[in-house]
Design a protein around this ligand. Structure first.
Ligand code: DC
Length: 227
C-alpha cells in the first residue's frame, strides 16, 4: 500500500540540527524540503544590502514588494539552494553578517505575513518537510507530524562552529554562543508567532544523538503517521 502524503513540521532552536535532519528525511522518503529560515535570511540579506531600516515600516513594506525568494535544485551538489530575485544567495545568507541580523528581521510582522503566506502555498500538495520556528504552531497547525528539536547550547555552538569551518569560515566559539543566546531570546520572545513547542509536537533532543539517529527517529514517526 502506498503511504499517505503528509506534512512534516520540524521546529526548534537554532543549530539543533533541524536543517540537516529535515533535508535527509526528505531525500530518503522522496518529499520536498523547505528551509523556512533561509527565506528569513534572504530578506535579512536584502535589508542589509539595501540599507533598509527595520524601524521604517514604509521602507520595509516597499522592499517586501520587491523581494522574490525561490529554491532551485543544484544537480551538481544535490542540494536545494536559495535564490533572491533570481540570484543564488545560498552562501551569503549563511555568513555571520546575516546571522547577526536575521532574528530582528524575522520578528517583523510584515515579513512574517509575507513569508508565511508563501510557505503555506508550498505545503498545498503535502509531501513536504519544512523546518523553522513556527511551522507546527502557525504555518501548518494541522501538520500530521510535528517534531520539536532541542539540544544543549554548548553542543549547538560547537556544531555551528564546525559547520562554518566546513565553509572555510573561522568564527570564535564565544561569538557563536553569544549569537545563539541572543537569537533564542528574540525567537522565543517576539510578539508574532514566537518559537514554542506545539502541544502535539514530539520532542527530539539531539545532544547525544548522531545525525543518523535523528533521521531514523523522524522516519520511524513518518512511517507511523503515513500508513
Ligand atoms: O533556522 P535558521 O537559523 O536559518 O533561521 C534564521 C532565523 O530566522 C532565526 O533566528 C529565526 C528566524 N526564523 C523564524 O523566525 N521563523 C521560521 N519559521 C524560520 C526562521
Amino acid at each position: 500500500m502506498e503511504n499517505k502524503k503528509i506534512i512534516i513540521a520540524i521546529d526548534g532552536y537554532s543549530a539543533c540540527g533541524k536543517s540537516t535532519t529535515a533535508k535527509a528525511v526528505a531525500a530518503s522518503i522522496g518529499y520536498s524540503y523547505i528551509d523556512s529560515g533561509a527565506m528569513y535570511r534572504a530578506v535579512a540579506l536584502y535589508f542589509l544590502d539595501n540599507y533598509i531600516k527595520i524601524t521604517d515600516p514604509k521602507a520595509v513594506s516597499k522592499s517586501l514588494e520587491d523581494i522574490e525568494i525561490s529554491f532551485r535544485f543544484n544537480e551538481k551538489n544535490g542540494a536545494s539552494e536559495t535564490y533572491l530575485n533570481g540570484i543564488n544567495v545560498e552562501d551569503q545568507i549563511r555568513t555571520m553578517r546575516v546571522t547577526q541580523k536575521v532574528s530582528e528581521v524575522a520578528a517583523l510582522k510584515a515579513v512574517r505575513d509575507k513569508l508565511g503566506e508563501q510557505q503555506q502555498k508550498m505545503g498545498k500538495k503535502k509531501a513536504i518537510v519544512m523546518d523553522g520556528r513556527d511551522i507546527g504552531t502557525h504555518i501548518f497547525p494541522y501538520a500530521e507530524l510535528k517534531v520539536f528539536m532541542e539540544a544543549d547550547i554548548n553542543i549547538r555552538a560547537y556544531r555551528r562552529q564546525q559547520e562554518l569551518l566546513n565553509r572555510d569560515k573561522v568564527v570564535d566559539l564565544d561569538e557563536i554562543l553569544e549569537n545563539l543566546k541572543k537569537r533564542d531570546h528574540i525567537d522565543t520572545h517576539r510578539k508574532d508567532n514566537p518559537l514554542t513547542k506545539a502541544e502535539d509536537a514530539i520532542v527530539l533532543n539531539t545532544t547525544d544523538r548522531t545525525i543518523e539517529e535523528q533521521v531514523s527517529f523522524v522516519i520511524d514517526l513518518w512511517k507511523q503517521k503515513s500508513t
